[in-house]
Design a protein around this ligand. Structure first.
Ligand code: HEC
Length: 251
C-alpha cells in the first residue's frame, strides 16, 4: 500500500496536512486504512491485573516434590547418624593390624627435639664441650652403655674419639622405651651420622630401665667401663640376637 502513495505522503500525517479523522468525510478505503494504521501503532496501555500460576508449573512442582521424596527414601539412610562417616571410604578397609612405627622418623624427631641443642644437627657436637655422636666410637659400641647414658645422664671426664670432655649430660628418663630405642637407632644407623652399627631394640631399653630403676645419679665413664669394658667402637650383637635384616638406610 505504502508504495502506491506519493512520496510526500509516505509519512503520516503528511507534512503540512491536518491529522485525518472520519468526521465530515465518506468512508473511502484508502483513508480508512490510514486511520487504522495510525491506531495500530499505539501500544495497549499496561494495566494492573492478576493471572493464576500456569497449571503446568504446578505439575512440574508436584513432580519435583515427589521425586525428592523418593530420592530421600532411597538414599537417606533412614536418617541415621551411623550411615554417615566421612572418614570411611565405601570400601571396607582391610585390617592390617597396628601400624608399624617408622623408628628412623621417630628417632630423627626425638633427636631434633632433645639432643640437637648440644650434639648439633650434624652430630658433630662442639669441640671441647659436647662430644660428637656422628662417627663416634661410643655410639657404635655397646647399645646398653648408650641406653644408660640417655636414661640417667653422663658426667665427669669422658674420652670420645680420643678427645677428652669434662662436662655433664642430663638424664632423659622421661623419654619412653620406644623413643630411646628410636633415637639411638637413628644415631647408630643413619648414614648422615656416618655410624654403621646395629639398631637398638625397645625391649633392651625396657630391660635396662627396670634393672636400674630408681637410679638418680648420672653415669661416669669408669663406672660404665666396669660393666661394659672400654669403648672400642666395635660391637656386634650376641649370638642369636642379630637383627633379621640390616636396617634400610633409605627409610
Ligand atoms: C645439655 C646438652 C646435651 C643434651 C641435650 C644431650 N647431650 Fe648427650 N652428651 C652431652 C655431654 C656434655 C656429654 C659428655 C658428658 C661428659 O662430658 O661427661 C654427652 C654424651 C653423650 C653420649 C656419649 C658420648 C658420645 O658423644 O658418643 C651420647 C651417646 C649422647 N650424649 C647421646 C645423647 C642423646 C641421644 C641425646 C638426646 C636424647 C643427648 N645426648 C642429649 C650433652 C648433651
Amino acid at each position: 500500500m505504502s508504495d502506491k502513495l506519493p512520496q510526500d505522503k509516505k509519512q503520516y500525517p503528511p507534512t503540512g496536512e491536518p491529522r485525518e479523522t472520519f468526521e465530515g468525510h465518506g468512508f473511502d478505503d484508502d483513508r480508512l486504512q490510514r486511520v487504522h494504521a495510525q491506531l495500530m501503532r499505539e501500544k495497549e496501555e499496561p494495566s494492573e491485573s492478576f493471572s493464576p500460576t500456569p497449571l503446568f508449573l504446578v505439575f512440574v512442582f508436584m513432580i519435583l516434590a515427589f521425586w525428592a521424596g523418593v530420592y530421600m527414601v532411597w538414599y537417606g539412610g533412614e536418617f541415621s547418624a551411623f550411615h554417615y562417616d566421612e572418614t570411611k571410604s565405601a570400601v571396607v578397609a582391610e585390617d592390617t593390624g597396628p601400624r608399624e612405627i617408622d623408628m628412623m622418623a621417630l628417632g630423627r624427631r626425638v633427636y631434633a627435639q632433645n639432643c640437637q641443642v648440644c650434639h648439633q644437627a650434624s652430630g658433630d657436637g662442639q669441640r671441647g664441650v659436647y662430644p660428637p655422636v656422628a662417627r663416634a666410637d661410643w655410639v657404635q659400641d655397646n647399645p646398653e652403655r648408650l641406653i644408660k647414658v640417655v636414661l640417667h645422664g653422663l658426667e665427669g671426664r669422658v674420652e670420645v674419639n680420643g678427645n677428652a670432655y669434662n662436662n655433664a649430660m642430663q638424664a632423659f628418663g622421661r623419654l619412653n622405651d620406644q623413643q630411646v630405642a628410636a633415637v639411638l637407632t637413628y644415631i647408630r644407623t643413619d648414614p648422615d651420622f656416618g655410624n654403621d652399627s646395629y639398631p637398638v631394640r625397645e625391649e633392651l631399653v625396657a630391660e635396662v630401665r627396670s634393672e636400674y630403676d630408681g637410679r638418680r645419679n648420672a653415669w661416669t665413664q669408669p663406672e660404665l667401663e666396669d660393666i661394659h669394658g672400654p669403648v672400642t667402637g666395635e660391637w656386634s650383637p650376641p649370638e642369636g640376637e642379630e637383627p633379621e635384616e640390616e636396617p634400610d638406610p633409605a627409610s
